[in-house]
Design a protein around this ligand. Structure first.
Ligand SMILES: NC(=O)c1ccc[n+]([C@@H]2O[C@H](COP(=O)([O-])OP(=O)(O)OC[C@H]3O[C@@H](n4cnc5c(N)ncnc54)[C@H](OP(=O)(O)O)[C@@H]3O)[C@@H](O)[C@H]2O)c1
Length: 407
């Protein structure tokens, strides 16, 4: 796959690429995923040792609104180096189906600092990263009918298009990836829908085949054979969405969390919370099995390679099971024959326009109060605060709170 392979909706014109002959060395790849592990993030391990990309010229779309031509961006200017660019190119509309959004808030995610520290998902330098944001519609192409200038919207982006990197004042994205912000949400809250919220929704509905609604929603009868979903990392922001969505569909959730976040996880609808403090993985699995009696048929891991293997051990030994390792799974993981391991590719939200239904349904659940947002820690200061936020995220111990930056 070429470094600048165009997405279907971005296919009109490729940016000019000035490519050197220097190839990334193996130590540029994320250490854990180079050989022994598979990271389920959309992490084609491209690095940008010394490639540079020239700014694409701004394309004039007939009848497109006239818009300001200045932009400000936090770029990854070289390996492990950030730079704020005051006069970054204003993103061009490369298709009549694209929307330009003015950023009001961005959500911060582990992938944002990992991709810079380990130099992956950076097709060239300079590059703009950041995968989720909320803002205001600034301009759009002639095929866009459902949005108008000034609409409050959120989006989830794909790292291969620098114009869509959220750490800049203006982003350009395809219209099927843009959703109106539920009326009960601020920009700051909406900015965490694009990764954690959407990943939870798509993992459950698309990859784990959990129905979007359940008869249990319309009846008080108990569900005849409740299935169990195991979520390891139950207090993570992604899990907070997943627990609420799954519970609403009549699925019983067993979550692993620390004593610090047990009450939070229970309040979201987990049927059982197994406290992990001071216990080995084997002890936790034993406890889970005592509760579920070989009835877990779905699992999500949000922690890493070791806990991914423990999830596999906790799954039913007889029933058909599906497992989504959202953090990492070792290529040496022992996968029983009754278990399908799904690689969750969130890039499908951008590449496959039919995925939009999941974003719209997530919005509906938030709008009607069925799904509550995680607690948000807001950093003021826009682009100038993003690096500080990423450093904070890297230190961990957010205890279930989501970090966002307000513009
Ligand atoms: N594939 C994808 O597209 C995708 C999308 C979203 C996220 N992810 C990945 O999923 C992971 C979680 O992301 P996030 O943003 O939701 O995380 P987050 O909110 O930062 O989650 C951190 C939480 O994990 C819990 N935790 C840490 N170690 C644990 C352990 N050994 N067992 C159980 N819980 C543990 C901690 O809670 P306690 O201390 O209270 O237990 C902490 O609150 C990351 O690795 C991220 O890269 C992947």
């Amino acid at each position: 796959m070429g470094v600048f392979e165009c997405l279907p909706c971005f296919g009109r014109r490729r940016p000019t690429v000035l490519e050197s002959t220097t190839l990334p060395s193996s130590q540029d790849l994320p250490a854990k995923s180079a050989h022994s592990t598979v990271n389920s993030f959309d992490t084609d391990p491209e690095s940008a040792e010394s490639r540079t990309v020239a700014s694409p010229p701004i394309q004039e779309i007939p009848d497109a609104p006239r818009i300001a031509r200045s932009n400000r961006a936090l770029t990854v200017s070289a390996k492990r180096t950030y730079a704020i660019i005051e006069e970054h190119p204003f993103p061009s509309l490369e298709s009549d189906d694209e929307i330009i959004i003015s950023t009001r808030a961005v959500g911060l995610n582990p992938i944002d600092w990992k991709s810079v520290d380990y130099n992956f998902c950076l097709p060239a330098f300079p590059w703009v990263t950041g995968r989720e944001m909320a803002g205001i519609v600034e301009a759009f192409g002639s095929n866009v009918k459902d949005f108008k200038v000034g609409d409050r919207v959120w989006t989830s982006t794909y790292y291969k298009d620098s114009r869509a990197g959220c750490f800049q004042q203006y982003v350009a994205v395809p219209q099927h990836t843009v959703c109106h912000i539920p009326s009960n949400l601020s920009f700051e809250s909406a900015s965490c829908l694009g990764v954690a919220g959407l990943t939870a929704a798509m993992t459950l509905w698309r990859w784990l085949q959990i129905p979007r609604t359940h008869a249990a929603l319309h009846t008080t009868d108990p569900i005849p054979h409740p299935e169990y979903l195991l979520i390891w990392g139950g207090s993570s922001v992604t899990a907070q969405f997943a627990i609420q969505i799954a519970s609403r569909s009549g699925v019983k959730v067993v979550a692993v969390a620390s004593s610090k976040t047990k009450a939070l996880v229970e309040s979201l609808g987990a049927t059982h919370v197994v406290v992990r403090d001071g216990k080995t993985g084997d002890e936790i699995v034993k406890e889970i099995r005592e509760i579920t009696a070989d009835n877990i048929t779905r699992a999500i891991d949000l922690v890493g390679t070791e806990t991914a293997q423990y999830c596999l051990s906790a799954l039913s030994t007889e029933k058909d099971c599906i497992f989504a390792p959202l953090a990492m799974i070792s290529s040496k993981a022992v996968v029983p024959s009754n278990v399908v391991v799904e690689t969750v590719e969130m890039k499908q939200f951008v590449l496959d326009p039919t995925s939009r239904v999941h974003a719209l349904e997530l919005g509906n659940l938030i709008e009607d109060g069925s799904v509550k947002l995680p607690s948000i820690d807001v950093l003021e200061g826009g682009l100038d605060s993003v690096q500080e936020g990423l450093d904070r995220l890297k230190k961990g111990d957010m205890q279930g709170r989501k970090l966002v930056v307000s513009f």
